[in-house]
Design a protein around this ligand. Sequence first.
Ligand code: SF4
Length: 215
Amino acid sequence: MRIDKNGESWLSISEFNIQSYCEVQLKFIWKGIKIKTEQMIKGSKIHNEKFQEFKELTKDLEDVDIVNAIKRAIEKQERFAGREIFIVSPTFRLIGKIDVVEIGPEGIIICDDKPVKYPYLSVKSQVAAYATAFKDRYRPPLNIYMMIKNRDRGNIIWEDVFSQEWLDFSLEKINRMHELALGKRDFEPTANPKKCLTCSYRNICDKKILIPFST
Ligand code: SF4
């Protein structure tokens, strides 16, 4: 999150996942307390490897920007794919990098690779925020589909059309995140003690829920 010279907050889309997990984590991160876990370091390494593989695979192909890819998908039925696509939404003040974008005559797929087997709402909310930003930036006259793939196996674990309901869901989250960023609302801790159990911030968090020890 950043505050610009006009006092407006700009959100990093990867933070939507964290907000849905626990807003107190987000508070620590926005205060500059960032704990990098082994899993995060491994994740960055795998993402980078996937990007290098993609670059190598596509090195002889034509480089096309998003606006032209959308145009050619509609007019010439062509297909395009890109990795690590930088996206900015000026309307909602969002910034992010989408793992994979595929553009074809049937629509646009916004895909996130995650090391999970189950499509948690926290991950869905991140993908919905990417789709919101993409729709705002490019206004494509094509359907947008959201997808989550298991990062290690490559299988699809969730997909859905980016509908009006998802847009409304996303706008509510965006609004809440901006209010948190500007100090207009309190950060809510998770109500799920299992999250606290595996949280990297548990040693410094006074909001953690302790699970009673049973004998
Ligand atoms: S310990 Fe629990 S309440 Fe505290 S940041 Fe972690 S998940 Fe949130």
